[in-house]
Design a protein around this ligand. Structure first.
Ligand code: RIB
Ligand code: CA
Length: 313
C-alpha cells in the first residue's frame, strides 16, 4: 500500500528552463513534496539561479524555503549556459519576479544541519553542478548516512554537450561530481545518453499549450525559447527535457531502464576533462556506485508531464 504521506525531497538546482519543469513536476505530484531548495551557479550566475528558483516556487504557490549555495566550482573557473536559457536563465515572461527572499542561512550549513536533524534519510534531486553537495559532504561526511540517494542529471555514457566528451553539469565541477560519486551515497544518474531521448517535439509542445490552465501555455512558451539551440546545433526537432527525467523517475521509475555501474569522472585537463567514465563491465574491479539510466519511455514521460502540468493553476 503506497504511503499517503508525500515523501519530502531536497532540490539542488540552477534554474534554468528545464530545472523549472522539474520543480513544477515535483510540486504538482502528490507522492513527493519539496522540503527545501538549494541553489547553485550553473546555467547562469548564482544571483539569477536563486532569483529564478524563487520566481518559479512563488508562481507555483510553493512555500518551500530557498537556501543560497555556492557561486562557483571547487577548483576551476565557472562557465554558464546562458546561450541555452537566456541571460536571466529563465526567459519566461509569464513568471513574475519574486516577492520573497532566500533564507539567511547558506545552502551548505542548511544541508549539514538539516540532514543531521532529520529522522528519515532524504532523497536529494540535483539538476545542476554538484558543488553544494560535494562541499556539504566534505564538511560533514556523517550526513552521507542521512542521504537516501542523490538523483542527478549529469554526465553521459556517450557524447558531451559542453565539450565533445563532457556534459555541462559535470564539466562545471568534475571534482565535485567525483566527490559525490565516491562518497558512499547511493546515486541515480540521468546523463545525456538518456535525456537526449526526451525531446519536446512540436506536437508535444502543442499538447502542453492546449492545457486549459495558465501553466500549460507558460511552459510551452519556455520550450519554444529553449528550442533554438537544439534545432540548430543538434538537429533535434525540439528542446530536450534533461532535468525533469530525475523527478519522472522518482514518480514512475518504470519509465526508465537503468543499469548499476561504476562511474568516475575525469578530472585531468585534456580532451576528456569532465567526462563521466562508465565501467559497464566491471573491468576496473571497483565498487559499483551508480544506477545509470540507459533508456526512456518517452511517450510515457510526456504523458506524465502533461498530467502534472495539468494539475497546476
Ligand atoms: O547538460 C544539461 C544540464 O545543464 C541541465 O541540468 C541544464 O539545466 C543545464 O544545467
Ligand atoms: Ca539544470
Amino acid at each position: 500500500m503506497p504511503s499517503l504521506t508525500p515523501k519530502p525531497i531536497l532540490f539542488d538546482c540552477d534554474p534554468g528552463i528545464d530545472d523549472a519543469f522539474a520543480i513544477a513536476m515535483a510540486y504538482a505530484s502528490t507522492s513527493i513534496s519539496i522540503e527545501a531548495v538549494t541553489t547553485t551557479y550553473g546555467n547562469v550566475g548564482l544571483d539569477n539561479t536563486t532569483n529564478n528558483a524563487l520566481r518559479v516556487l512563488e508562481w507555483l504557490g510553493c512555500d518551500a524555503p530557498v537556501y543560497v549555495g555556492v557561486p562557483g566550482a571547487l577548483l576551476t573557473e565557472t562557465v554558464d549556459a546562458s546561450g541555452y536559457h537566456g541571460v536571466s536563465g529563465l526567459e519566461a515572461p509569464g513568471i513574475p519576479e519574486p516577492t520573497r527572499k532566500p533564507e539567511a542561512l547558506g545552502a551548505i550549513p542548511f544541508l549539514v544541519d538539516h540532514l543531521r536533524s532529520v529522522d528519515e534519510p532524504r532523497t536529494i534531486v540535483a539538476t545542476g553542478p554538484l558543488t553544494n553537495l560535494a562541499m556539504a559532504l566534505q564538511l560533514a561526511p556523517d550526513i552521507a548516512d542521512k542521504i537516501e540517494q542523490v538523483v542527478f542529471m549529469g554526465g553521459s555514457t556517450d557524447f558531451g554537450n559542453d565539450s565533445p566528451a563532457a556534459e555541462f553539469n559535470m564539466m562545471s565541477d568534475p571534482h565535485a561530481a567525483q566527490i559525490v560519486l565516491t562518497s558512499g551515497v547511493a546515486t541515480v544518474m540521468f546523463g545525456l545518453n538518456v535525456t537526449h531521448q526526451v525531446i519536446a517535439t512540436p506536437a508535444r509542445i502543442d499538447a502542453l499549450r492546449s492545457i486549459t490552465n495558465s501553466a500549460g501555455p507558460v511552459f510551452a512558451d519556455m520550450l519554444d525559447f529553449f528550442s533554438a539551440i537544439y534545432i540548430e546545433r543538434y538537429g533535434f526537432d525540439g528542446p530536450v527535457l534533461h532535468d525533469p527525467c530525475t523527478v519522472a523517475w522518482l514518480l514512475q521509475p518504470e519509465l526508465f531502464a537503468t543499469e548499476n555501474m561504476r562511474v568516475d569522472v575525469d578530472t585531468a585537463q585534456g580532451l576528456s576533462y569532465g567526462r563521466s567514465v562508465h565501467d559497464r563491465w566491471g573491468i576496473a574491479g571497483l565498487t559499483q556506485n551508480c544506477e545509470v539510466a540507459m533508456n526512456a519511455d518517452v511517450d510515457g514521460f510526456f504523458e506524465l508531464l502533461s498530467d502534472l502540468i495539468g494539475r497546476l493553476k
